[in-house]
Design a protein around this ligand. Structure first.
Ligand code: SF4
Length: 190
């Protein structure tokens, strides 16, 4: 049985480090679910909202504004009014020094992500970075990603009545890669 997330202490190192548990955020009837890796120390771990408060958050929020999925004009807003999109992460607590989550921590937190996926039932699942791509390939396609995220960036993968989109994380994406992300998502949302 899934432990209520408010009291989750499954990952001792993350429990000792986190400022808060960062839950998913956005429109529960969204067509698009965006899945990142983990709350960032200067970003969501402080603000409490995925993809806000730090550089990668601002880049993601700017993308949502460009796609017409946010009512904000300033990508620095930390409780953005967004619609048709749900923001979440593979793990919900900030790892020490923003390190990668371990396989055990990912396994601990994936049931919450799976529950979100079942609740939202998005038509499009966009993953940011290798960890999220690896989760989505396993969850939606029952396989491993065929390459690293730089090779998979901007590619789409049919998964039943859903479409998986694999993208480089905004923390590491070039401007050209962000433009590809916008073009790919715009096409899917039209
Ligand atoms: S990362 Fe997920 S599973 Fe681990 S303590 Fe936080 S909420 Fe619980």
């Amino acid at each position: 049985m899934l432990i209520p997330i408010e009291t989750c202490t499954r990952c001792p190192a993350l429990v000792a480090n986190r400022q808060r548990i960062v839950r998913g955020y956005g429109d529960p009837r969204a067509r698009l679910m965006v899945v990142g890796e983990a709350p960032g120390y200067r970003g969501a771990d402080r603000s409490g909202v995925p993809f806000t408060g730090d550089r990668s958050g601002r880049r993601l929020q700017a993308l949502l504004i460009a796609l017409g999925l946010s009512q904000e004009s300033d990508p620095a807003v930390e409780t953005p009014r967004i619609r048709d999109v749900w923001l979440t992460n593979v793990v919900r607590c900030n790892p020490p020094r923003n390190r990668n989550p371990t396989a055990a921590e990912v396994a601990n937190c994936v049931p919450y992500l799976r529950a979100e996926l079942e609740m939202i039932r998005p038509a499009i699942v966009a993953t940011l970075g290798n960890f999220a791509a690896r989760w989505a390939f396993g969850e939606l396609l029952g396989t491993e990603p065929p390459a690293g995220i730089r090779q998979l960036h901007g590619q789409t993968w049919p998964a039943g009545d859903q479409t998986l989109v694999t993208l480089v994380h905004p923390a590491r994406a070039s401007n050209a890669q962000m433009a590809v992300a916008e073009k790919t998502l715009r096409k899917l949302l039209t």
